[in-house]
Design a protein around this ligand. Structure first.
Ligand SMILES: [Zn+2]
Length: 99
């Protein structure tokens, strides 16, 4: 083991990790619903989640939520024609949502 590895692991844990990929440090706050969706669903009180820059850019206004997001069912009730899916930040996961 590299000297200082424990300390490094501890530091990594204390960083704000991205809610989607859970690998990268979160530097953005990502709105679950895009601005245009929020305008249409004013009853939805959107909470922003931690996101790394790549995940934030990849997600755009897609209907994606972090894994284990507790309000997934609520979102799907709001927009039954455009279902929401859990996303792990991966490109493969992004492709799946486009199918
Ligand atoms: Zn990420």
């Amino acid at each position: 083991m590299v000297e200082g590895q424990d300390e490094l692991d501890r530091l990594k844990e204390s960083w704000n990790l991205c809610s989607y990929c859970r690998k990268e440090r979160a530097v953005h706050k990502d709105h679950i619903m895009s601005k245009s969706d929020r305008r249409r669903h004013e009853g939805w009180d959107d909470e922003a989640v931690n996101s790394c820059a790549p995940c934030n850019w990849r997600k755009l206004s897609r209907h994606l939520v972090p894994r284990g997001y507790p309000r997934l069912a609520e979102l799907n009730e709001l927009t039954p024609n455009r279902p929401w899916k859990e996303w792990d930040g991966s490109i493969e996961g992004l492709r799946e949502t486009l199918r």
